[in-house]
Design a protein around this ligand. Structure first.
Ligand SMILES: Nc1nc2c(ncn2[C@@H]2O[C@H](COP(=O)(O)OP(=O)(O)OP(=O)(O)O)[C@@H](O)[C@H]2O)c(=O)[nH]1
Ligand SMILES: [Mg+2]
Length: 422
């Protein structure tokens, strides 16, 4: 794949409105292209409040683009926004090179990085949905061509139209089949989740911008071996590991990263995956602290927006500023001032992880209730059950059973009502 793309040199184009962070324009699009294995030959921007509805850029700027394409040796144009089918078509015919949009680049990266059966199906579904919209665009375009002729007359149902109708029907069938298969997989995952829920361990989910270091943090905290890479969207499949803090087990889940303007087809297709985040009791929002302040603020907003969109906006959250090792002395003092409630860590060096562990425990401590229970010797199984939800137990052996002092999650308290010492 990468070989085919090695020959592709893209001119990155985008709208700027003057409010962007200083520095390299379209840095993220270039990063996406790099991850997809496409070189960036040049960057062209236009300052305007919103894209032109027909051509994305204005007419005059479009003329200049032709020269910039020739000068940079680009053989592809990559646009920072999702293009309407009409914009894409008009750009292609005006510029004479293929035009791809941000969504297509992200979908391509997802397709490359999908490993599990579910991930592959999710990506295929998102791609089909994306392509369907484009087929429809082409279809209405042809319809318009036909409209000039005598209605219902010869030539109004050309072979092109029939082919597109067929393609669309096939695509719709495939979309329906993919949805059914995903639902089946989801049900299976639901069963696994229910099993985990029965074990009633508190759940913590990692969320954050792509490349913030979520997988590195999962590995550092749990000894997992999730692949880490300096590429966007390295992780697509959720991974859950148990994490032990003061003798109590928690479940920690790493999952797909977020990005600004995350294609809605992907949010839709990855619903089941994103649910891991929705079901968590606590979300660790991992942020790359080494990003410039403006960039970091935008990334955090993008994460907020996605959390909101998937229905996890109200979940308890802990802000984790990662990559502290990349900060200079001055930044190390300044960055926490921007985020007074955050924990500053380095998943790479392990710095700050002890404080993070304490903060996770503290977040759950509020939901724990201290109890004293008497477990008869004949009910050894209950002791085990209690240990699962309460972690470390303080126990005293008595003649009539084991007297236990424990901190039990309030939601689980009812299970031990009968053992309470009056
Ligand atoms: N210097 C430094 N680099 C880090 C740290 N944590 C992660 N990285 C690097 O940042 C890059 C991204 O790390 P990942 O753990 O893959 O990030 P992620 O959030 O899981 O990214 P996606 O799965 O793509 O969403 C890798 O190159 C890591 O080695 C850190 O604390 N310090
Ligand atoms: Mg990852």
């Amino acid at each position: 794949m990468t070989n085919r793309r090695a020959a592709q040199r893209a001119l990155a184009i985008g709208i700027v409105d003057g409010g962007e962070p200083e520095g390299q324009p379209l840095a993220e699009l270039r990063e996406l292209l790099r991850t997809a294995g496409v070189a960036t030959a040049g960057v062209a921007t236009q300052q305007r409040s919103k894209p032109d509805p027909d051509r994305y850029f204005g007419r005059g700027r479009l003329e200049e683009l032709k020269d910039e394409i020739a000068a940079s040796g680009a053989n592809l144009v990559a646009c920072d926004d999702e293009l309407a089918p009409r914009q894409e078509r008009n750009l292609e015919s005006a510029l004479g090179v293929p035009v791809i949009d941000r969504t297509a680049v992200i979908l391509d990266i997802f397709a490359d990085h999908a490993h599990s059966a579910e991930g592959k199906l999710q990506v295929e579904l998102a791609q089909l949905e994306y392509n369907m919209a484009r087929m429809r665009g082409l279809w209405t375009h042809l319809e318009r061509l036909g409209a000039g002729r005598i209605d219902g007359g010869i030539g109004t149902r050309g072979p092109g139209e029939t082919q597109i109708e067929t393609d669309r029907r096939l695509a719709r069938n495939r979309i329906a089949a993919l949805r059914r298969r995903l639902e089946r997989l989801e049900r299976n995952r639901g069963v696994m989740r229910a099993r985990r829920e029965r074990s009633s361990l508190p759940r913590v989910a990692l969320a954050g911008y792509t490349n913030a270091g979520k997988s590195t943090l999962l590995n550092a905290l749990t000894g997992a071996e999730v692949t880490v890479a300096d590429r966007l969207f390295q992780t697509l499949d959720p991974t859950t590991r148990s994490l032990e803090l003061s003798g109590r087990d928690y479940l920690l889940t790493d999952t797909v990263g977020f990005i600004e303007k995350l294609p809605h087809q992907l949010v839709e297709a990855f619903k089941a995956t994103l649910e891991e985040t929705v079901l968590a009791d606590l979300i660790l929002h991992v942020v790359d602290a080494s990003e410039p302040q403006e960039r970091r603020a935008l990334d955090m907003q993008a994460v907020d927006a996605v959390l909101e969109e998937i229905g996890a906006g109200e979940k308890p959250r802990l802000l984790v500023l990662n990559k502290a090792d990349l900060l200079g002395d001055e930044e190390r003092r300044e960055v926490p001032l921007w985020h007074p409630d955050a924990v500053l860590i380095s998943a790479a060096t392990g710095a700050g992880l002890d404080e993070l562990r304490e903060r996770i425990e503290a977040a759950f401590a509020e939901t724990l209730t201290e109890v004293e229970l008497l477990i008869p010797y004949s009910e050894g199984g209950r002791l085990h059950e209690l240990h699962e939800v309460a972690g470390e137990l303080e126990r005293t052996d008595r003649a009539d059973g084991v007297l236990v002092h424990a901190r039990v999650p309030s939601a689980e308290l009812h299970r031990f009502d009968d053992l309470a010492v009056a």
